[in-house]
Design a protein around this ligand. Structure first.
Ligand code: MTE
Ligand code: MO
Length: 340
């Protein structure tokens, strides 16, 4: 079989952290790394980069400027009934393991990712392979704002106003061949810019680059979005600049960030969380209140809204995250317990 994805050697699952368990405090982490209090002074010079990652007094975070976007607001994707998660939480509470495992790590650290030059290649089972540069990514497709629910497999959720374009429009340009059954995605691999790709302590021992996949019909569904912006501006790095996937009826880990490659294939592609813990994270990952994660219930979720820590809203999880009308037919006759 053709090998399309570059992968790190497989790490035994005993050494892999699972999405929600591994939250080491910086101090504990330094201990694990064998850096004692006395070692810190020395380490701070020798390992300035590493030390600044875990230092308790955070330096000022350089922010990458975000540009205002121009977009339409189709009525069907605006919602009067959904309460938006405030912008500071959408861009401050993230999962992006390439920059660390804590929820604030991506916002603090993702500025090291260079996004001023970028190429996105679409290849494989297509008649017209294509490489887009950053300008193409930002201007080739008319942008829409879409307010979507976002449900992380860790049982928290947000409502996010993305800006982007349907993946189907890009796929139409490259013309999938009759052999194309799946679409594989790959995040940029640049260990010098993404320290989690270099260190298991930072990146949780996942195989990198992060990869994901969809069935072709899922990829063609009108809800499936390539997002280039959020809250009216270009994406901050921590949310997956310059372009990331959004599949609102699936768990958040399907929404691969900072994509450089899209590869159409005949075979079901691999996906990072499935590779690291196959019994916990499936290929389909459809949001489903009736199929629990082996270690926690998926029946309810913690909505991240305007309130502080004391005002947590627990709400029922919705089948297909509330998008059943648009997507349930894709899974007709499939046992969703088996194909989790
Ligand atoms: N490359 C990459 N993409 C990723 C992740 C990651 O660690 N690396 N985390 C995923 C997970 S678990 C979630 S919940 C969403 C979070 O997206 P957000 O931070 O924009 O809310 O990104 C997904 N995409
Ligand atoms: Mo997630």
């Amino acid at each position: 079989m053709e090998r399309t994805m570059k992968k790190s050697p497989k790490i035994p699952s005993s050494q892999v952290t699972s999405e929600s368990v591994f939250f080491m405090k910086r101090r504990e982490l330094l201990k694990v790394l064998g850096v004692g209090a006395a070692g810190l002074a020395v380490a701070s010079t020798a390992n300035a980069g590493l030390f600044s990652w875990f230092s308790d007094d955070q330096p000022a975070v350089p922010t990458v400027p975000r540009k205002e976007l121009t977009f339409i607001q189709p009525q069907e994707y605006q919602s009067s009934s959904l309460v938006l998660t405030p912008e500071d939480k959408v861009i401050g509470y993230n999962n992006f393991y390439e920059f660390g495992l804590g929820k604030s790590d991506p916002a603090e650290n993702a500025h090291t990712l260079k996004t001023d030059e970028w190429t996105l290649t679409i290849e494989g089972e297509v008649n017209r392979p294509l490489t887009l540069n950053l300008d193409d990514i930002n201007t080739k497709f008319p942008l829409e704002e879409r307010i979507y629910r976002m449900r992380c497999v860790e049982a928290w959720s947000m409502v996010i106003p993305w800006v982007g374009f349907p993946l189907a429009k890009l796929l139409a340009l490259v013309e999938p061949t009759s052999k194309a059954k799946y679409v594989a995605f790959e995040t940029r691999y640049a260990p010098e810019e993404m320290p989690g790709q270099k260190s298991r302590y930072i990146g949780g021992g996942l195989p990198y680059p992060y990869v994901e996949g969809l069935r072709l019909d899922e990829a063609m569904n009108p809800l499936t979005l390539l997002a280039t912006g959020v809250y009216g501006k270009t994406l901050p790095n921590q949310n997956g600049a310059p372009i990331r996937l959004v599949v609102p009826w699936k768990y958040g880990f399907k929404g691969i960030k900072s994509i450089v490659k899209i590869h159409l294939t005949e075979q079901m592609p691999q996906s990072t969380w499935n590779l690291s813990a196959p019994s916990e994270y499936g290929f389909y990952a459809n949001v489903n209140p009736n199929v629990d994660h082996p270690r926690w219930s998926q029946a309810t979720e913690r909505f991240i809204g305007a309130g502080g820590l004391g005002q947590v809203t627990r709400q029922p999880t919705l089948l297909f995250n509330g998008y059943g009308e648009q997507v349930a037919s894709l899974y007709q006759g499939m046992d969703l317990r088996r194909y989790y």
